[in-house]
Ligand binder design. Structure first.
Ligand code: SF4
Ligand code: SF4
Length: 701
């Protein structure tokens, strides 16, 4: 608390600068407003994006992800440092505004912060300034000395922004020192004048500075007081105006980015917001080709990326050396936006975003095709930056221009003509159910004509046609029969779910596949759908969302329920030397949050030893991509599947259980490539359950 006499004395020290401070305020506010207005120009020119629904849900997410810093602790050290910085900023906000106003209205006290409340607030903010200052020192030390790998910038992604980050950290540290010195000189001068003045928090930065300057003369303290104020003001406004030029812009944009973040993450963005499927033929250009084709929210994402590298640290494509690092998808787009929409000067027309560097493009085609849409980047980002929609939109743009990788052209043509990527005959779709020995024990009916059923088992292409994966279909069918489901399949009437086709940017082909399946499902009259393929599950549940289909379940959910109900009982596992680990398929785990059901099932098998891999549940490591990724060979140093089986071995497992036919294909292939045959095996959850069910008389063919 400052008594009136000392307040008058202190005010007299600032008084000569009043006009100067007023000018700094005005100039700072005008410059900041101008810069932000210029930064908004591309957003205004960007595509529409519908993000104004469910305001209460959005506010709740702001409280959780912005104010609560929910995702920060996923990286313990950096996360804790960030939480302290953020909390310090929030606490210091009122002090900063009070200090700004004091320069032009010397005796100003923030309403509610006079008397005891003010004294307590001063103590808290003394510590807050100290903590923020220390965090800046730690952050600079981490960047300069410890150099975490995720901050590194590989040469192919251009120039890093590390120097910029350190410069900004230094400026924040300077701001804290100036703020603390301002408080310290005030307290020291009051003490020298023998007045009852401000009590600084013991051992805080202002307290230490006060001790250091305590013996200075009053005129010197007055000069220091004035100088500290001036440095504080200049640093404050410089930071405010400089941040929109680099990675620290997220300080301003993050709140809005989180408020407008996608609520239904599993639903893919439509080709154009506000244009229904029926009117898509009127859309002149599909996807993103130039920067202005991005939606305003996707541009806001670019501004909001803090360049922390967490997305890329978890990206499997980046981990195996594919030419894709999500962090740089954002960083390059932001640099591109800053170049084409400069603060000083006129906006330039944007060139094509994907192509050669010489043409001015910022992304290579390989980069855009390298993504498996696994969602690890989005799961990790503390600022809820989105990637899958952007990458799919960029692919839509490439497909629209006929730039489809050679290896994908054949499966896409086959999907168009035969409804599956293998080009196999429709009438062979149900061959798995006619396998010798299987049909006698489990008769699978094909729906249509006179045959009806309560439940549809949607098989999808890989499980129907791939010789190895057909065993999963048979196991799933036997489980459904065991629990008494009245089920059937669509057989030749079933087309590929189109899940991967859609994610490869072929929206029109996806729509044709979807419409065919929807008609067939409706005609079958079933009341529910079950599938053993997470990709089909995701397509039926979310991509077919507006088609009013019966509810869909993954087979692991059915099994977990029936284990609980007692319909499924397990015999003890005989191979006691086996150690199992569960690999979360991306489209079951991260995209649909089904983590516990498969684990509950495994834990219900007597004698089964299970270990967790270091990367599991929402940090699961993609096996290499489902669907059309099986047909696409990106440039990479190592296969994702190989990395994954190595993780299983490191966890001490020798059996990998998964619940996805694509994961099975990749795992079995990876075991061979890694030379781990005989030491590691892979099995689908449905196969394991079928083996372990205490059956009455059923045996897999
Ligand atoms: S997108 Fe998110 S996780 Fe990735 S670098 Fe930017 S802020 Fe970090
Ligand atoms: S979705 Fe997966 S593969 Fe694609 S950028 Fe994100 S983490 Fe990488």
């Amino acid at each position: 608390m400052v008594d009136p006499q000392s307040a008058a004395q202190l005010a007299s020290w600032l008084a000569p600068g009043r006009i100067l401070f007023l000018l700094i305020h005005l100039l700072g506010v005008v410059c900041f407003s101008y810069i932000v207005a210029k930064r908004l120009v591309p957003l205004i020119r960007g595509e529409r994006d519908f993000r104004f629904d469910r305001p209460w849900v959005r506010l709740g997410r702001v409280l959780k992800f912005w104010l609560g810093q929910w995702k920060q602790p996923r990286y313990r050290v950096a996360g804790t440092v960030h939480i302290f910085i953020f909390a310090g900023f929030i606490v210091l906000a009122l002090r900063a505004f009070t200090t700004l106003i004091v320069g032009v209205s010397e005796n100003f006290v923030m309403p509610g912060l006079s008397g005891r409340a003010g004294a307590i607030y001063d103590i808290v903010t003394d510590y807050a300034a100290t903590i923020v200052f220390l965090c800046m020192v730690i952050a600079v030390f981490r960047r300069l000395v410890l150099k975490p790998a995720r901050y590194a910038v590989p040469a192919r992604y251009g120039k890093g922004h590390g120097a910029d980050a350190i410069f900004l950290l230094g400026l924040i540290a300077l701001l804290m020192v100036a703020d603390s010195l301002f408080a310290a000189t005030r307290a020291a001068s009051q003490a020298q004048a023998g007045q009852t003045g401000e009590v600084l928090a013991a051992l805080s930065l202002p307290w230490m500075l006060q001790k250091a300057i305590a013996s200075m003369s009053l005129p010197t303290l007055g000069s220091l007081y004035f100088g500290a104020y001036l440095v504080h003001e200049l640093t404050f406004y410089f930071l405010l105006c400089y941040r929109p030029f680099g990675i620290q812009f997220h300080v301003e944009t993050s709140l809005f980015n989180i408020y407008f973040a996608k609520l239904d993450r599993e639903i893919l963005k439509p080709v154009r917001w506000g244009v229904s499927d029926e009117h898509l033929d009127q859309v002149k250009s599909f996807g993103v080709k130039t920067f202005e084709d991005f939606t305003w929210k996707h541009m806001l994402d670019f501004y909001s990326c803090a360049d922390c590298g967490r997305c890329s640290d978890n990206c499997p494509a980046n981990a195996v050396g594919r030419p894709l690092s999500p962090r740089f998808v954002s960083v390059k787009a932001r640099d591109h936006a800053f170049r084409h929409y400069p603060v000083f000067g006129r906006a330039k027309n944007s060139a094509a975003l994907v192509g050669s560097k010489e043409s001015g493009a910022i992304y290579s085609e390989d980069e855009i095709w390298s993504c498996t849409t696994c969602g690890a980047c989005e799961e990790e980002c503390p600022l809820l930056v989105e990637y899958i929609d952007k990458i799919v939109d960029l692919r839509r743009g490439l497909v629209d221009e006929g730039k489809v990788p050679q290896s994908l052209q054949k499966p896409l043509k086959a999907l168009e003509s035969r409804g599956n990527p293998y080009g196999k005959m429709e009438k062979k779709k149900a061959d798995w159910a006619n396998a010798k020995g299987f049909q006698q024990t489990c008769d699978v009916k094909t729906l249509g004509q006179s045959k009806g059923a309560e439940t549809l088992y949607f098989v999808d292409s890989i499980t129907s046609y791939d010789d190895r994966m057909q065993a999963i279909a048979r196991a799933a069918a036997k489980i459904l029969k065991h629990v008494g489901e009245n089920f059937g399949i669509l057989g030749a009437a079933e087309r590929d779910s189109g899940h991967e086709v859609r994610r490869f940017g072929e929206e029109t082909l996806f729509m044709a596949l979807r419409d065919h399946n929807v008609d067939a499902i409706r005609a079958s009259g079933v009341r529910r759908i079950v599938t053993a393929d997470p990709h089909a599950y995701n397509a039926l549940k979310h991509d077919y969302d507006d088609q009013e289909l019966p509810p869909v379940e993954h087979i692991s959910q059915v099994i977990a329920r029936e284990v609980k109900s007692g319909k499924i009982k397990f015999k003890p596992l005989e191979n006691e030397g086996s150690v199992y680990t569960y690999h979360d398929p991306c489209y079951l785990g991260r995209h649909n949050q089904i983590y516990d059901d498969p684990r509950d099932v495994l834990d219900a098998i007597p004698g089964l030893k299970r270990v967790e891999m270091s990367r599991s549940r929402d940090r699961s490591f993609c096996c290499g991509g489902g669907g059309l990724m099986l047909f696409y060979e990106p440039k990479e140093d190592q296969r994702m599947g190989v990395k994954r089986v190595q993780m299983a071995a490191e966890a001490g497992a020798n059996v990998i259980v998964t619940a996805c036919p694509f994961c099975m294909a990749n795992m079995e292939d990876a075991i061979k490539v890694a030379g781990m045959e005989g030491r590691m095996t892979a099995i689908d959850l449905a196969e394991l359950v079928d083996q372990q069910i205490a059956h009455e008389g059923l045996k897999v063919a």
